[in-house]
Design a protein around this ligand. Structure first.
Ligand code: SF4
Length: 305
């Protein structure tokens, strides 16, 4: 998908990329079939609000949205083992999509779900059309069907008018959800946005302080999640050589955790079980469980829908 019909006050995308539009479903399926035939094991469906895919072009079928229909069709493609998508929005995130996590095993147990703020007052000022209660209730429903779900988010600290009380609500929600990863942004003005006239009244120091508070919560929750994997095995899709170390290779679990182990170039593009022995907040280390896996070709491919 390209473009966006939302009007978030801090964002320039609707102006620069135009209205929301999606590629025809058959064309996407055709492209993924070809990728799968060439060895691709994982695809990521991309859109500014990806769960809104085809909402105007295709009808609902059996109460399933066009995006859910697309997921079902991708799921049927032989050779594709992992399906990701980014980014969904609370708007239009309904039960039909939540149910997919129970019945489509190729849909990974990872979701990037932008929260932006935990204060309803600030969400309104940002023109984000949901409440923090709604946001948290979707996560609770997702965890009912996939208790092991890994969740990442986007947060903006220091939006104009964000008081200590507003930030405290963000801090509480951030801690309560227990995100596994997050992109934390310190607000800055984007020319041409509707928030531009509000200026940038929160000081750099305040933004930095708020950022550090969230970073520390994230570090603890991410480390705890990784520590729980020590002694366990999980399938890892190998992507390529690690930045450091002889014969060290990097891959990802279905939950999008970064894994570094001693391996061989033959494993690039392959999904191989790894036994975890050591972790940091951001990375899992361990050893291969199986050897002798055939060499693969492509690793992971993103497909714009
Ligand atoms: S932040 Fe996302 S949803 Fe909001 S206007 Fe920008 S692209 Fe659209």
């Amino acid at each position: 998908m390209q473009g966006c019909n939302m009007k978030c006050s801090y964002c320039i995308v609707p102006k620069t990329r135009g209205v929301e539009r999606g590629r025809p479903m058959d064309e996407i399926i055709d492209e993924i079939e070809k990728l799968a035939a060439n060895g691709t094991r994982e695809v990521t469906l991309l859109g500014q609000i990806v769960n809104q895919y085809g909402i105007r072009e295709f009808p609902f079928v059996d109460k399933k949205s066009p995006f859910v229909q697309l997921l079902e069709r991708v799921h049927e493609i032989e050779g594709i083992d992992r399906i990701r998508f980014t980014s969904p929005h609370p708007v239009g995130f309904k039960q039909d999509l939540i149910d997919c996590y129970a019945r489509l095993p190729k849909l990974v147990e990872y979701i990037h779900f932008p929260m932006q703020s935990g204060s309803n007052r600030i969400l309104k000022a940002m023109r984000r059309p949901y409440t923090i209660e709604k946001f948290k209730s979707i996560i609770a429903e997702l965890r009912k069907v996939r208790p092991d779900m890994y969740i990442s988010t986007d947060i903006i600290v220091g939006f104009p008018g964000e008081t200590d009380e507003d930030f405290e609500l963000t801090r509480q929600a951030f801690e309560e959800v227990g995100f596994d990863m997050a992109y934390l942004f310190k607000y800055s003005v984007r020319p041409g946005t509707t928030a531009e006239p509000l200026g940038d009244p929160i000081t750099k120091e305040q933004k930095e302080q708020r950022n550090q508070i969230l970073l520390e919560i994230l570090r603890k929750s991410s480390l705890a999640r990784n520590e729980a994997l020590i002694g366990k095995n999980e399938d890892v899709l190998f992507e390529g050589p690690a930045k450091k170390g002889d014969n060290m290779f990097v891959g990802r679990t279905a939950g999008n955790r970064v894994v570094i182990v001693k391996a061989s170039p033959r494993l690039i593009g392959q999904i191989v079980p790894v036994h975890f022995t050591r972790v940091t907040a951001s990375t899992l280390f361990g050893e291969l469980v199986l050897e002798g896996v055939e060499a693969g070709v492509n690793v992971t491919t993103s497909v714009a829908v």
